[in-house]
Design a protein around this ligand. Structure first.
Ligand SMILES: [Zn+2]
Length: 235
């Protein structure tokens, strides 16, 4: 086989590995990002639950205070009613007290409702807090594991790069430039063998002219369909 093609194939072999290592290096942070997003969502839910719990309990307390104030009014009116001099006065106090009692019932009901809401939200917040803590532990472990993994991958990538540089040595610039450009724009495989007048990269038929040029191996010949560099396996 053409020496240049042989060299380029050995570079391509490394590039397949390099791309895979880079894919793994990019995949780690993406995985962590998913966990980080999940954590953030639960932290937000926790904050919302805690805040609404606090608000509901504050409203409940205020309503309870209002109930106490109405009680005081009722007691005061009760004392006054006992000193009423006429039946009309007595009835007026009685009506007023009945009105306050009705208000009191509504206020008490509202206070109870708010307590119930507050307690429900507090329970939700407690549940979210548990989830947040569990995810934090998970995330810390995943980060540590990823750090160890990344060190191994980075060193592997360094080694591959070094071998690649050595393999690039002596390649004609024209071939190298074409190869690097195609690698960047369309990834591996950059090279495609020609078998029976067909490009093995895309299985499309090639012109005799291109096949002949590829067989000669004197210049860079690209498949007109998939843009890969064509070569003859048996040369
Ligand atoms: Zn092709």
């Amino acid at each position: 086989m053409n020496k240049v093609i042989e060299k380029l194939l050995s570079v391509q072999e490394l590039d397949v590995e390099i791309i895979e290592v880079k894919r793994k290096l990019a995949g780690g942070p993406a995985r962590l990002k998913d966990d980080e997003d999940r954590l953030e969502r639960h932290r937000e839910s926790l904050a919302v639950a805690a805040r609404t719990a606090k608000e509901a309990l504050r409203v409940a307390e205020r309503k309870n205070g209002e109930v106490d104030a109405v009680d005081e009014k009722i007691n005061g009116l009760g004392a006054k009613m006992n000193t009423a001099r006429t039946n009309k006065e007595y009835e007026a106090f009685k009506t007023e007290i009945a009105g306050h009692k009705a208000d009191r019932e509504i206020l008490e009901e509202e206070a109870l409702q708010q307590w119930a809401v507050g307690e429900e939200r507090e329970a939700e917040a407690a549940l979210e807090e548990k989830k947040v803590k569990a995810i934090e532990v998970e995330l810390a472990a995943a980060r540590e594991e990823w750090q160890r993994e990344a060190v191994v991958l980075e060193s592997k990538l360094g080694e591959l790069d070094e071998v690649r540089r050595a393999r690039l040595n002596g390649l004609p610039p024209m071939w190298l430039m074409s190869y690097e450009r195609l690698l960047k724009s369309q990834g591996t495989p950059v090279l495609a063998p020609v078998v029976d007048q067909y490009c093995q990269g895309c299985q499309m038929s090639l012109s005799i002219h291109d096949v002949t040029r590829a067989w000669k191996g004197a210049e860079v010949v690209k498949c007109r369909h998939c843009n890969r560099i064509l070569y003859a396996e048996t040369l």
